[in-house]
Design a protein around this ligand. Structure first.
Ligand SMILES: [Zn+2]
Ligand SMILES: [Zn+2]
Length: 120
């Protein structure tokens, strides 16, 4: 699958049996809702020593803002729609209504971890 932001081939990474697609260039992630929650529950420390550690640090916004605001699903090419994570977190992700995949921009995983741990 190609990255919806920069069109580069994403690589599949497996972190404690959670399989996601990761773009090395813009450091975004493609996964489903269930995988995203399991990933965030691993906690910051385990993710910092994983292949997607760089996705925790928000330093690639430039790549994202240079691209068009509407992304297409890397799997079925439908337009992605904005999704407020957990309906009230104000972390805005993008989702495909057809295959239920979720696009997580660089740094957003970190915000989700903070949100999860602060709401418990
Ligand atoms: Zn990318
Ligand atoms: Zn799709």
């Amino acid at each position: 699958m190609n990255c919806p932001v920069c069109d580069n081939e994403m690589k599949t990474v497996s972190i404690k049996n959670i399989e996601i697609d990761y773009c090395d260039t813009c450091q975004g992630l493609w996964c489903d809702k269930d995988e995203l929650e399991r990933l965030a529950m691993l906690g910051r420390a385990s993710l910092e020593s994983s292949p997607i550690a760089k996705s925790l640090i928000k330093d690639m916004q430039d790549i994202r803002t240079q691209k068009k605001s509407v992304l297409l699903c890397p799997s079925c090419e439908a337009g992605l729609e904005k999704l407020n994570y957990s309906y009230e977190s104000d972390i805005i992700l993008e989702t495909c209504k057809i295959c239920n995949g979720i696009w997580v921009d660089d740094g957003e995983l970190s915000e989700i971890i903070d949100y999860m741990y602060s709401s418990k």
